[in-house]
Design a protein around this ligand. Structure first.
Ligand code: UFG
Length: 341
C-alpha cells in the first residue's frame, strides 16, 4: 500500500476534471490543478471555491511544457496524477490532425518523463470507449480488442493507451489506471459547474441544453434508420459526478500497487437519442424541438459498457439516473445560459 494524498489534475478546469476535483476534495484528497485554459474558463476556479469552500492551487500552463511541469513537481510533494488535459473534438481532429497528435501525445510523453524523473508512480489516464472502434458486440468489456478509431482524436486515445502499456511493461513499480469513459452528461447539482463548449456543441447533451434555453432553435437527430428499436443510436450516458467518483475509486486501487489496470466507466445501460430527448422533456418540463436528418459519418449504432470489472475490482456503480442527469444538465444551462461568460 502506498499513501496517496496530493493529486495533480491536468485539465482540472475542464468538464470532467472540475467535477473530479470536487470529488477529490470531498474524499479528503488535495488536488492541484494544471490547465492552460485553452478550452476552459478561469471562472471555474471561483465556482469550485464556492462549492468546496477551498482555495485550490492552480497553475496555468501546458502539460507539453516540461520546464513548467518540473517546477510544479519540484515544489510540491505529488503522490498521483490524473491526466485529463487534451484536445477532444472529434470533427476538429479530422481538420487538424497534427495539432491533435502533437498536443495529446506530447503531453502524455512529457508527463511520464517528468513523473519518472521525480519518482511519482501513480497515474490515471482519461481514455475513452472510442478505443474499441466499431463494437463487435455489446456490452463492451475490457477484454475486447482495441479497434480502429474513425478520427485522429480517437487514434490519440489508442496511441496514449499504448504508450502507457509499453511504459508499464518496463516500469513494474508504476501504477496506471486507464479509464475508458462512455458518454458523460449531467452537471454538479449546484448548477455552478457544467459542460461549457465553445461554439456550437458537437455532443448531444450540450446541444439539447442549448435548445432548452433557446440558444439554438432545434436539435438535429443524426439518423433514425439504425438497426435499433427506435432507429436512433444507442449510447451509455453516465452522470459526470458518477464518473468523478470512479476516479476516486481508481486512486484507491492505485494505492494497492496493482500495476496497469483498465476499467470501463459507464452505467451498463443503453439509451437511444429519442429516449434521451424524452427523458429530458420529462425531467425538466421543457419541450425539445427536433428534426431527423442523415446519419453523421463515423457514428456506430450502439455502444454501452460492460460494468462488471469496475464493479468487482473498484466497487464502482453509477448511482445517478438518466433523469438526474437531464435535470442537472438543464439546471446548469438555465443558470448559465452563456456558460462561464
Ligand atoms: N447526436 C445527434 N445530434 C447532435 C449530436 C449528437 O443526433 O446534434 C447523436 C449522435 O449521432 C450519436 C449520439 O447523439 O448517436 C451521441 O453523440 P455524441 O456526439 O454526444 O457522442 P458520441 O457517442 O459520438 O461521442 C462520445 C464522445 C467522444 C468519444 C465517443 C466514442 O463525445 O469523445 O463518444 O466513445 F470519442
Amino acid at each position: 500500500m502506498s499513501e496517496i494524498k496530493t493529486v495533480l489534475v491536468t485539465g482540472g478546469m475542464g468538464y470532467i476534471g472540475s467535477h473530479t476535483v470536487i470529488a477529490l476534495i470531498e474524499q479528503g484528497y488535495q488536488p492541484i490543478i494544471v490547465d492552460d485554459l485553452a478550452n476552459s474558463s478561469p471562472e471555474v476556479l471561483n465556482r469550485l471555491k464556492i462549492i468546496t469552500g477551498k482555495d485550490i492551487p492552480f497553475f496555468k500552463g501546458n502539460v507539453c511544457d516540461k520546464a513548467f511541469l518540473e517546477k510544479i513537481f519540484s515544489s510540491h510533494k505529488i503522490d498521483a496524477v490524473i491526466h485529463f488535459a487534451g484536445f477532444k473534438a472529434v470533427g476538429e481532429s479530422v481538420e487538424k490532425p497534427l495539432e491533435y497528435y502533437r498536443n495529446n501525445l506530447d503531453s502524455t510523453l512529457t508527463l511520464l518523463e517528468v513523473m519518472t524523473e521525480k519518482g511519482v508512480k501513480n497515474i490515471i489516464f482519461s481514455s475513452s470507449a472510442t478505443v474499441y472502434g466499431t463494437p463487435v458486440h455489446v456490452p463492451l468489456t475490457e477484454e475486447d480488442p482495441i479497434g480502429t478509431a474513425t478520427n485522429p482524436y480517437g487514434t490519440t486515445k489508442i496511441m496514449q493507451e499504448k504508450i502507457f502499456t509499453d511504459y508499464a511493461f518496463v516500469h513494474k513499480d508504476f501504477n496506471i489506471a486507464l479509464l475508458r469513459y462512455f458518454n458523460p452528461i449531467g452537471a454538479h447539482p449546484s448548477g455552478l459547474i457544467g459542460e461549457a463548449p465553445y461554439g456550437t456543441p458537437n455532443n448531444l447533451m450540450p446541444y439539447i441544453t442549448q435548445v432548452a434555453v433557446g440558444k439554438l432553435p432545434r436539435l438535429t437527430v443524426f439518423g433514425n434508420d439504425y438497426p435499433t428499436p427506435d432507429g436512433t443510436c444507442i449510447r451509455d450516458y453516465i452522470h459526470v459526478c458518477d464518473l468523478a467518483d470512479g476516479h476516486v475509486l481508481a486512486l484507491k486501487k492505485l494505492a494497492q500497487n496493482p500495476g496497469l489496470v483498465i476499467y470501463n466507466l459507464g452505467t451498463g445501460k443503453g439509451t437511444s437519442v429519442m429516449e434521451l430527448i424524452h427523458a429530458y422533456e420529462k425531467a425538466t418540463g421543457v419541450k425539445i424541438p427536433y428534426v431527423i436528418a442523415a446519419r453523421r459519418p463515423g457514428d456506430v449504432a450502439e455502444n454501452y459498457a460492460g460494468t462488471l470489472k469496475a464493479e468487482k475490482e473498484l466497487g464502482f456503480k453509477a448511482k445517478r439516473t438518466i433523469f438526474d442527469s437531464c435535470a442537472d444538465s438543464n439546471r446548469w444551462q438555465q443558470k448559465n445560459p452563456k456558460g462561464y461568460n
